[in-house]
Write a protein that binds this ligand. Structure first.
Ligand code: CA
Ligand code: CA
Ligand code: CA
Ligand code: CA
Length: 449
């Protein structure tokens, strides 16, 4: 870590002055800033927290108040703190008014700390353990649990038991199966809900294809090979291919489908609820191909699924040299691109070819209109291109400075332990979009609304 004088000087600006805040639609609601919401996970006297802390920070739902809580792996356990907030007034008509006087009082009311001690110091030694820690709802009770790949397989601790019941949910994906051997195996482990029953399932890519095990509520059923096409023999062990494997509901039937970028474009398979298997992998678009230059990390690493037009079927976006462009799912086998679904702000010439920018891309409904928007960390704050229209989606306003913080100007570009933590969180509940949180040197900062 280069702990430069310039960064120290800028660090005091993590919390901007009161006049800074949102632009666009929230301006009339509240001039809000980006307060420190908890000193938890802040830097130590030795500098930034290690990546096993920074990269495991998440904002799950551990209780039933609808407000995101915070968790992270400290190196000796997964530590979580529930979020209690009284900074808004419920108007009783589905809207809330932000009480800005109380709006800065996160964490000042009694809140609860939960600790999953299953994730012990051994987990800090191996990225193929800590790098898999996630917060899925594996038992389907509406609360987030903590899961990760450990020595014995997938280990989970449930919020229902206060994270005290950590144990092995399946021996698949463990060290005995050599899942540690290459990131093309352990780093593909994800927790989608492939059968749409509300319980997160587990999937990961082995040498001979993608395996998934359905959640049975207190364990995962035996994982089966569901997409044999994703094999080493077919070339999927290359970073530019396996790292793009992701799950989303492409046809809006409630089951999570799967896509990945191959050499000739993006290939996807729909989950068939009747056969309880994935259909054959097919090519959904010839965009994003190696021949078009998408084999470079600054491009393929940005490809994401999200519902840009808000019709319930996940669409696809990716950042090329000239900006982000998106294709809309037809829910049956194709993504369709138009010249209007382009966000040129996020171009190479605006600096988005740098990892501290392009790795922060997120598709999230930041303005709460039901359509996912394109957001990324820029030079002087978090920028979003807001999606409009269901039938002919486009980004009419270009990109706007959505949060006047998290930019390089306030030091967030200095270290992955800062910029790698900026992400959306429902700090004020599911309504009206998201807040944005990140780990700065003093702890977790979140935008207000
Ligand atoms: Ca499920
Ligand atoms: Ca589906
Ligand atoms: Ca859609
Ligand atoms: Ca939106």
């Amino acid at each position: 870590m280069m702990w430069t004088a310039g960064f120290l000087a800028a660090a005091a600006l993590f919390t901007p002055d009161a006049s800074a805040g949102f632009v666009s639609s929230y301006e009339s609601i509240d001039k809000a800033d980006v307060p420190l919401v908890t000193p938890l996970f802040g830097d130590t006297a030795y500098g930034p927290q290690p990546l096993y802390v920074a990269q495991t920070i998440g904002f799950p739902q551990l209780d039933r108040d609808g407000l995101a809580d915070v968790c992270g792996f400290t190196g000796t356990s997964v530590l979580c703190r529930t979020h209690v907030y009284d900074g808004y007034i419920d108007n009783g008509d589905g809207t809330v008014t932000i009480d800005s006087a109380d709006g800065l009082s996160f964490w000042t009311i009694a809140n609860t700390e939960l600790e999953a001690t299953l994730f012990d110091s051994e987990w800090s030694h191996y990225e193929d353990y800590w790098g898999t820690i996630r917060y899925p709802d594996v038992d389907g009770d509406g609360l987030s649990d903590v899961c990760g790949r450990g020595h014995s397989g997938i280990e989970c601790a449930t919020a229902a038991e206060g994270l005290t019941d950590g144990r092995t949910w399946t021996t698949m994906f463990g060290d005995a199966g050599r899942w540690y051997a290459h990131p093309s195996h352990w780093a593909t482990i994800q927790f989608p809900d492939i059968d749409g029953d509300g319980r997160a399932d587990v999937c990961g890519r082995a040498w001979d294809g993608l395996y998934c095990g359905l959640s049975a509520g207190s364990s995962f059923m035996t994982a089966e090979r569901v997409v044999p096409e994703f094999s080493n023999a077919n070339g999927w062990s290359a970073d530019k291919y396996w790292s793009t494997i992701q799950f989303a509901d492409l046809d809006g039937d409630g089951d999570d489908d799967v896509c990945a970028r191959g050499s000739a474009g993006v290939h996807c398979a729909l989950y068939d609820h009747v056969s309880r298997r994935y259909d054959a992998l097919t090519q959904w678009t010839g965009q994003y191909s190696d021949a078009s230059g998408w084999g470079a990390e600054q491009y393929y690493a940005t490809i994401q699924l999200g519902d840009i037009n808000g019709d319930g079927a996940a669409d696809i976006c990716g950042r090329g040299g000239a900006g982000v462009f998106c294709g809309i799912s037809d829910a049956s086998g194709g993504f369709h691109f138009t010249d209007r679904m382009v966000a040129p702000y996020f171009s190479n010439s605006n600096g988005f070819d740098q990892p501290e920018r392009y790795e922060t891309f997120v598709l999230a409904d930041t303005d709460g209109d039901g359509r996912d928007d394109i957001c990324a960390r820029g030079a002087d704050g978090l920028y979003c291109a807001l999606s409009e229209s269901v039938l002919a989606p486009y980004f009419p306003g270009g990109a706007v400075l959505w949060v006047d913080n998290f930019g390089d100007n306030y030091g967030w570009g200095a270290d992955e332990a800062y910029w790698g933590t900026v992400r959306p969180a429902h700090m004020l509940g599911e309504r009206d979009g998201v807040e944005w949180c990140g780990r700065g040197y003093a702890g977790i900062h979140c935008s207000n609304r």
